[in-house]
Design a protein around this ligand. Structure first.
Ligand code: DQA
Length: 142
């Protein structure tokens, strides 16, 4: 089975409790289970991880580059300013799909309008809630 990594960045571990009016009521555990179920139906083995530690995300991306694993990435706030993340994404070999639960480009804070991930992404899915992860897996399943 084709393996796909779903990597979630800072504060997404509090999904369901974090600003539900923006991010919805689904918890990270529920999201992870939904991704595994969607993946199963698409013939993908989905490994879902979340971290609040930037170096850990970089280590996972470096391993994905070595192993040529496709990645679904919601880097959360790091999306907007981490040049180390930009460099890590640049090294990926297999397709990268950028996902955001909200649509950062439509939010009032200027800092959300720029993404260091987008230049390396095969596609960007934003503003579709957690359904966006299903759309990203469908994209990777081809
Ligand atoms: C987010 C959008 C980011 O701007 C924000 O910092 C997040 C979540 C999203 O999924 O909508 O933490 O990536």
């Amino acid at each position: 089975m084709k393996r796909v990594l779903v990597l979630n960045g800072p504060n997404l571990g509090r999904l369901g409790r974090r600003q539900p009016e923006i991010y919805g009521s689904t918890t990270h555990d529920e999201l992870a289970q939904a991704c595994r179920d969607w993946g199963n139906r698409l013939g993908l083995e989905v490994d879902v991880r979340q971290t609040n530690h930037e170096g850990e995300l970089l280590d996972w991306l470096n391993a994905a580059a070595d192993e040529e694993t496709p990645v679904v990435l919601n880097a959360a706030a790091w999306t907007h300013y981490s040049w180390a993340l930009y460099d890590a994404c640049a090294q990926l070999v297999a397709p990268l799909v950028e996902v955001h639960i909200s649509d950062p480009t439509q939010r009032p804070e200027e800092f959300r309008h720029h993404s260091v991930v987008t230049p390396h992404a095969a596609t960007v899915i934003a503003g579709h809630g957690i359904e966006g992860y299903r759309m990203a897996l469908e994209h990777l399943a081809g």
